[in-house]
Design a protein around this ligand. Structure first.
Ligand SMILES: Nc1ncnc2c1ncn2[C@@H]1O[C@H](COP(=O)(O)OP(=O)(O)OP(=O)(O)O)[C@@H](O)[C@H]1O
Length: 249
């Protein structure tokens, strides 16, 4: 799929970024539908992380456009992009180790309704409800009072996903979410991502092909900053160009 379709939530067109003349992302077109779970794969240095950096505003594009719900993101600042509904999870969890699970979720709840809104009981009830709901979704419903630092590596990754979910993003991006997880935790993460995608679009960068098979609706393969192949996991795995790049011929 390399042509715009109707109702795409994300439309990336002609996107390029150069670092000292080196094109890390090179004239890329990339479209994601509202309830899609897209996995981006590709060899080291293919431009996967840079693509997410461009979408979330961490890196500025040299050329091209990124439209999210018909809003142009390329000139927006990171916090504006977050406010529009784009959430990003980095490889290393950025949770507050000294705070409890519930507190970590609470500080991630958007305050956009203004300081005075927090004076009202209604907001607190809604917040508590949201914390319970998210904690349940990330398999930490019975660990609300646990200190985040005491969680397992996998649980910390889930907590960070939960912190993003508190903001109810319409597009969520995750960089290698199952790195370092046990097989059981990987299974649960697949279940979590599938559930999350019912209400939003999700982009995942992943190397573990078994995991990719469990979650991907479609796969985008990047190579040297360009689109190499795109489609179902089966079609991408059969693609000669993909095989060649991975086998390094
Ligand atoms: N800020 C930067 N300055 C200079 N070069 C950069 C910068 N960010 C990325 N690059 C280069 O761009 C290329 C693409 O990097 P990127 O991290 O996007 O690849 P990747 O596909 O995510 O790889 P990996 O699987 O190894 O994480 C690499 O050659 C990298 O060294």
């Amino acid at each position: 799929m390399n042509t715009p379709q109707e109702h795409m939530i994300l439309e990336v067109e002609g996107l390029s970024v150069s670092f000292d003349g080196f094109r890390a992302v090179d004239d890329l077109n990339f479209y994601v539908a509202p309830n899609e779970l897209r996995v981006v794969i590709g060899p080291n240095g293919a431009g996967k992380t840079t693509l997410l950096d461009l979408i979330c505003g961490k890196t500025r594009a040299t050329a091209g456009s990124i439209r999210f719900r018909d809003r142009e993101l390329t000139r927006m600042r990171e916090h504006e992009i977050v406010r529009l509904g784009v959430g990003r999870k980095f490889q290393n969890p950025s949770i507050y180790e000294n705070l409890s699970v519930a507190e970590n979720l609470e500080i991630s709840y958007p305050r956009s309704h203004g300081v005075f809104a927090s004076l009202f009981f209604k907001r607190d009830a809604k917040l508590r409800e949201r914390i319970d709901e998210v904690a349940e979704a990330i398999f930490l419903g019975d660990r609300l009072d646990a200190e985040a630092g005491a969680l397992s590596h996998g649980q910390k990754q889930w907590l960070e996903i939960g912190m993003l979910l508190m903001q109810e993003p319409e597009l969520m991006m995750l960089d290698e979410p199952v790195a370092g997880m046990s097989p059981r935790e990987r299974e649960q993460t697949a279940e979590l991502l599938n559930r999350i995608t019912r209400n939003r679009a999700v982009i995942v960068i992943e190397h573990d092909m078994e995991f990719v098979k469990n979650i991907a609706h479609r796969v985008t393969v990047l190579h040297q900053g360009r689109l190499l192949s795109e489609g179902s996991i089966e079609s991408v795995q059969r693609d000669e160009r993909v095989i060649e790049v991975y086998l390094g011929h």
